[in-house]
Write a new protein. Structure first.
Length: 244
């Protein structure tokens, strides 16, 4: 059983269950036997691209969400053309969720867009461990457009099309400096309403300590700007945070 086939199979199982289909129901939808679908999901047989496309269509899931497998070791020489900061296939995102009073980890993966314009993004939001991003709370896909001083990401939830997300971040002055930005979209329980969060995005893993928490939490300066301008303004993190 290959790692890639297993990864694809587990994705099929995850999205099938999220749609509420039993294995009997879904096998009939794609004109395959229950035994064949079970083997697909367990990674014991390889799926041809046409069948995988049919499965993606039946589940209404972007095809690339099934084939985003990354080998255990990343090839750091991969460069995303036109992006001076994210010259790596992944980045780490952190924010503080006051509803659960915890730091939330998320993983971003990048790849050049097929049409050559922009960069494709997959966001594994809310992971317990960066080593196992498939065990995430939400999966978003979309695109990133980097400019000289600012970068934009527009993403949508693969399970609920109504949930869309926008990330706007200031490009760091140095390549090893974390990027600070704002994530906005629709918040879930206990309310379903537009929300905005302060996020930190880093090319390298950050130590999860009090200094990181203080950086991702809204501080008195943030509250002052909010009150003064009636706008949520996110500034760059304090220079002290950048010290090793």
């Amino acid at each position: 059983m290959g790692s890639f086939s297993y990864h694809v199979g587990q994705r099929i199982k995850k999205y099938r269950k999220s749609r509420g289909y039993t294995i009997e129901q879904f096998s009939a939808m794609i004109n395959k036997s229950k035994a064949t679908l079970s083997k697909y999901e367990n990674g014991t047989i390889t799926i041809d691209i046409e069948t995988l496309y049919d499965i993606a269509q039946a589940l209404n899931i972007d095809l690339k969400c099934f084939i985003d497998y990354q080998p255990p070791v990343f090839h750091q020489e991969q460069v995303l053309t036109g992006n001076f900061y994210f010259n790596t296939p992944q980045a780490y995102m952190y924010y503080f969720d006051g509803r659960i009073h915890q730091l939330v980890r998320s993983l971003l993966r990048f790849s050049p867009a097929v049409d050559g314009e922009g960069i494709d993004v997959i966001l594994y939001m809310g992971v317990e461990s960066f080593d196992d991003p498939d065990q995430c709370q939400h999966l978003f896909t979309g695109e990133m457009k980097p400019y000289d001083t600012i970068t934009h990401m527009v993403l949508h939830n693969q399970i609920n099309a109504a949930e869309k997300m926008y990330i706007c971040m200031l490009n760091p002055m140095q390549t090893r400096t974390p990027a600070v930005g704002m994530l906005s979209g629709i918040g879930s329980s206990p309310f379903f309403a537009p929300v905005a969060l302060k996020v930190l995005i880093s090319k390298e893993l950050l130590e999860e300590n009090d200094r990181l928490l203080d950086t991702v939490k809204l501080d008195k300066d943030d509250y002052h700007l909010l009150k003064y301008y009636n706008m949520m303004v996110i500034n760059r993190p304090a220079s002290l945070f950048l010290e090793p």
